[in-house]
Design a protein around this ligand. Structure first.
Ligand SMILES: [Zn+2]
Length: 393
């Protein structure tokens, strides 16, 4: 990626996005994160996640590292390189049970993520059969970061693809990455600009003027699917300025425009979307599976199905991180709703995904209609870990 592309915008970054273990462990969430100037710089969905957090006595367990995905720098790589031997997972189980008891309110009620608790009434439609590639490859990471180094690279975990951010927003058809107005937005892969400018009269979202100033690029690379070779489109929304033109070819890392909040956006952020087959709001897939993970992080593709192979929509699964001094709650992944054509990626068959997960050993677990599902997984540097969970129901 050409990180020198553009612009005279100063690289002012919110310090919470810099990975600094010491700083993170010292962060006072209520005290620091909500003070100016950070508050207005944060992606609204990220900000809301912090704002909605109730004070909790178990805060020492839910350390700040659970709030934002750290992007390890070179000098902390050793910290993430150590993984517990898988044989010690029986210990992990006990610790998880302890952690679950302690955190039952936060984890099971979803209160701590700002996500509304949900009890699925039953499984959804039959999910496509899928066999993960063997070995699990990194071949699906087609997209570089849309931002130069030094800027926030992480999408908001509180408003994942397919989620509603706990009922606060529309079902999300992409991911949001918060950065200040004017932050240079770069092409994540090479292709032809097929849209540049306001989404009116052209329709890109559920209605006009939804994504505001936008750029859509049809990638040079095509996706081989069971239905043949398909176009892949990447949409960049809410830009303050658009500096490319329709029909123009751009290379990965080329400057497209600046971060803004045009269209329907509460604060400055980039909305990024991946569309397969058609440049349409109803042909989106989870960008988390397409974006190359940050250094020393990986991606997790989750497939949560009923015994009969039906998807379980709207289920929250917790990802617990195993560390030398214990088990930490890390993040919630919410399985996709069966609405608005939100569905699996043809390359993964998943109904949930997370990226930028620090390398390490994790337990993915949750409850589906009272039935517990759990699976240990290892997140590896620059790879996608595929995990399928089946309920007895
Ligand atoms: Zn968005």
């Amino acid at each position: 990626m050409n990180s020198t592309a553009s612009s005279d915008t100063p690289a002012v970054i919110d310090p919470i996005y810099r990975y600094d273990p010491e700083a993170l462990s010292l962060l006072e969430v209520d005290g620091v994160l909500l003070q100016e100037p950070y508050r207005d710089e944060l992606n609204p969905t990220i900000r809301d996640e912090f704002v909605s957090r109730p004070p909790m006595s178990g805060w020492n367990i839910l350390r700040p590292i659970a709030l934002s995905t750290p992007v390890p720098s070179e000098d902390v790589s050793a910290q993430f390189a150590s993984r517990p031997p898988m044989g010690e997972l029986s210990v992990l189980r006990e610790e998880i049970d302890k952690a679950r008891t302690t955190l039952s309110f936060q984890v099971d009620a979803g209160a701590d993520t700002g996500l509304a608790p949900r009890t699925p009434s039953g499984p959804g439609s039959l999910w496509p059969t899928f066999a993960p590639p063997s070995p699990i490859s990194e071949a699906h990471f087609w997209l570089d970061s849309p931002f130069p180094g030094g800027f926030n690279q992480l999408y908001s975990p509180g408003y994942q693809f397919g989620s509603t951010g706990g009922g606060r927003y529309r079902i999300h058809h992409g991911v949001d990455i918060g950065n200040p107005v004017g932050t240079p937005v770069l092409a994540t892969a090479s292709g032809e600009v097929v849209h540049a400018g306001p989404d009116n009269p052209a329709l890109l979202g559920p209605y006009n003027d939804f994504y505001g100033n936008s750029v859509v690029i049809r990638l040079d690379r095509k996706l081989n699917t069971s239905r043949g070779e398909q176009d892949v489109f990447v949409l960049y929304g809410h830009l303050v300025s658009v500096d490319v033109q329709n029909g123009q070819w751009v290379g990965a890392g080329d400057y497209l425009g600046g971060v803004g909040m045009t269209g329907i956006a509460i604060g400055p952020h980039l909305h990024m979307e991946v569309r397969i087959g058609q440049n349409s709001y109803l042909h989106t897939v989870n960008p988390a599976l397409w974006m190359r993970p940050a250094a020393y992080t990986g991606t997790v593709a989750v497939r949560l199905l009923s015994a009969a192979g039906r998807t379980w929509p709207g289920v929250q699964l917790s990802l617990y991180r195993y560390e030398e001094d214990g088990v930490r709650w890390y993040r919630v992944v919410e399985t996709y709703p069966e609405k608005e054509s939100i569905g699996p990626d043809p390359s993964w068959g998943e109904n949930g995904a997370l990226s930028h997960i620090p390398v390490g050993t994790y337990l993915l677990s949750g409850f589906v209609n009272g039935e517990e599902v759990r699976q240990e997984i290892a997140v590896k540097d620059g790879e996608t870990t595929f995990v399928e969970l089946r309920t007895q129901q």
